[in-house]
Design a protein around this ligand. Sequence first.
Ligand code: F3S
Length: 397
Amino acid sequence: MDLTSEEKDMLDGKYGKATQKSMEILATLGDIYEAKRMIDVESVQISGVSYANLNEAGLDFLSEMAIDGKTRVLTTLNPAGMDRDNWQALGIEESFAINQNRVIDAFAKMEVITTCTCTPYLIGNLPHYGQHVAWAESSAVCFCNSVIGALTNREGGPSALASALTGKTPEYGYHLEENRHGEALFEIKAKINGTDQFGVLGKIIGDKLGELKKKIPYITGIPSATVEELKSFCASVATYGGTALFHMEGITPESLKYPKPTDPKIEINEKNIEKTRAELIDEDIEVDFVSIGCPHASIAEIAKVAKLLEGKKVTKEFWITTGRPTKKIADEAGYTKIIEEAGAKFAADTCCVVAPIKGRFKGIVVDSAKACYYGRAKNKFKVKIASIEDCVKEAII
Ligand code: F3S
């Protein structure tokens, strides 16, 4: 691939070892995907932050990069394995907390903003339409490409870090317009409301895309959707279908830019929704854990939970997972006080999937189809999907 003189200098080590290593990673990726050149990125979002996933080998890599690596663009982190302030209250072991902090410290040394969230677009890492970025978290990548109309591939942890330290990414995949066309038409003939139902829809479309071996759905028949519903849909369709981009007629910005595909055409009706919703409710579930905020809760969702919990007491472990800046707004608005007086807990910086809680609970109720998938697969919980209102009801009975 063609490199500019600055990029060649990076590769030759003139900007230090971490930048050299980063450019090696990006150039190798570029060669594999036959990119013609590097492009500048406006921001980066790095995944692979939980010590539970990184272990010592991952931490060694980060520590080596942190010797002389510094970010060149705005860079934020995906959720870590614990709330950095409140880990004891969430039952996290001290040995894990020490190691998790070593990971965060390595990122901080590289001048990464250590806000750990999967909804960076809610806390200021917000590109605009048409900008190129290098993001890693699957739900955020889907939101970025589809809802915002910025352009990113789904990066891995090392390639996202490499982009942060160079400000570059190879131009291939979703950075090229020719790869952003819808590939299958989904006509929705059902009423879809709420984060849970949008998650169910994401599972139906994701599963179908897997069967069809297609990646980019073009969806019609959704009259409106909130940011929260779209973030839930993104998380689900990315989990079940590996989808990094969708078009939704009248809602997402590129839906008018590309032609609507005609074949294959799939209709989704109320029966499909009911059937798939039932697949996300395990039989004989004994609920001892409720969690809201997958992807990380917005301030509007926290306000809703506070209203539902006001004057009540929870009887089960109940986490609201969110980014720390959003939690700070909740503190100032008085929502935190209401929620904590009810006995629920904030879990900022982390979530019910990345925290090391495998086997700690029997059954989890969530409003997220993604959390259902990982609740079963990773944490070995029985799962139940429910609306936010019903999640709160489950927590207080
Ligand atoms: Fe975010 Fe954790 Fe869900 S990283 S998308 S809250 S699984």
